[in-house]
Design a protein around this ligand. Structure first.
Ligand code: HEM
Length: 201
C-alpha cells in the first residue's frame, strides 16, 4: 500500500500544472481548448467528445512526463536491442522523457503542438512506444485510469470556469518553463495565475 502512495505522489497535479503552463504560453491553443470545453459543457456533451482537450493532455504527457524514467527492469536472458547487446541480469532504466522528444519519432519535438494527435490513434496507454508517460508492459502504471481521470476533470473545470491571466505583466513567451530534476519532473518555479470567473452566456 505504501508503494502505491509513493508512486501516486503528485503526478496528476504535476501534469495539470504543466498543461496550464503550456496553454498560458500558447494563448491560441488555450482559446481553442476553452472553446471546445465550454461548447460541450454548455450543451451537456460527453467528456469523451473532448477531442482537442485529449490531444492537449497527450501533448503535455509527451513533453513533460511527470515520471521521466521507468522503474528498473532486469532481463533473465541476454538480448540484442537495436544492435546493443544487453547481458542477462543487467538493470535497464528507460528514459520516457527523451523518447517523447526524439526527433526520429516527432516533428518539431520541442514545440507544443496538440494538433499532432488529432488525426492519429497514438495513445499513452503503453502500446505506442514513442509515447510512454505511464510506462509499458507488466509494470505499467496501475494508477493510469485514475490518474488521467483526475487530470481531465481538474483541467475541464479549470478551463470551463475561469479565464486565466499571467501576473505582473509577464508575457506568454517569457513564462519560465524550467524543470526540477528528480523522481518526478515538476516545474522549477510554481505557476501563479490570475483566475477570472467565466459565466455561461
Ligand atoms: C498522471 C498520473 C501518473 C503518471 C504520469 C504515472 C506514471 C507512472 C510511471 C511512468 C510508472 C513506472 C512504469 C514503468 O516503470 O514502466 C508508474 C508506476 C506506478 N504507478 Fe503511476 N503514474 C501516475 C499516477 C498514479 C496513481 C494515481 C497511482 C495510484 C493510485 C499510481 C501508482 C503506481 C504504482 C503502484 C506504480 C508501480 C507499478 C509497478 O512497479 O508494478 N500512479 N507510474
Amino acid at each position: 500500500m505504501c508503494d502505491v502512495f509513493v508512486a501516486a505522489g503528485d503526478s496528476s497535479p504535476i501534469a495539470v500544472e504543466w498543461t496550464m503552463s503550456e496553454l498560458m504560453k500558447n494563448p491560441e491553443k488555450m482559446e481553442k481548448v476553452q472553446r471546445e470545453v465550454r461548447h460541450f459543457f454548455d450543451k451537456r456533451g460527453e467528456v469523451n467528445e473532448l477531442k482537442y482537450l485529449k490531444s492537449v493532455v497527450k501533448e503535455t504527457f509527451r513533453l513533460h512526463p511527470p515520471a521521466a524514467l521507468s522503474l528498473p527492469r532486469e532481463g533473465p536472458e541476454t538480448v540484442v536491442v537495436n544492435g546493443y547487446q544487453i547481458p542477462s541480469r543487467t538493470r535497464v532504466i528507460v528514459n520516457y522523457w527523451a523518447i517523447g522528444r526524439d526527433p526520429s519519432h516527432w516533428t518539431q519535438p520541442n514545440q507544443f503542438i496538440p494538433e499532432r494527435f488529432l488525426d492519429t490513434c497514438i495513445d499513452y496507454r503503453g502500446f505506442d512506444f514513442q509515447l510512454l508517460p505511464f510506462g509499458s508492459g507488466r509494470r505499467v502504471c496501475p494508477g493510469m485510469n485514475y490518474g488521467t481521470a483526475v487530470v481531465y476533470s481538474l483541467l475541464a473545470n479549470l478551463l470551463y470556469r475561469f479565464n486565466w491571466e499571467l501576473p505582473n505583466q509577464i508575457k506568454p513567451q517569457d513564462l519560465d518553463m524550467s524543470e526540477n530534476f528528480g523522481g518526478a519532473i515538476s516545474r522549477k518555479k510554481n505557476l501563479y495565475l490570475i483566475p477570472i470567473p467565466y459565466h455561461a452566456p
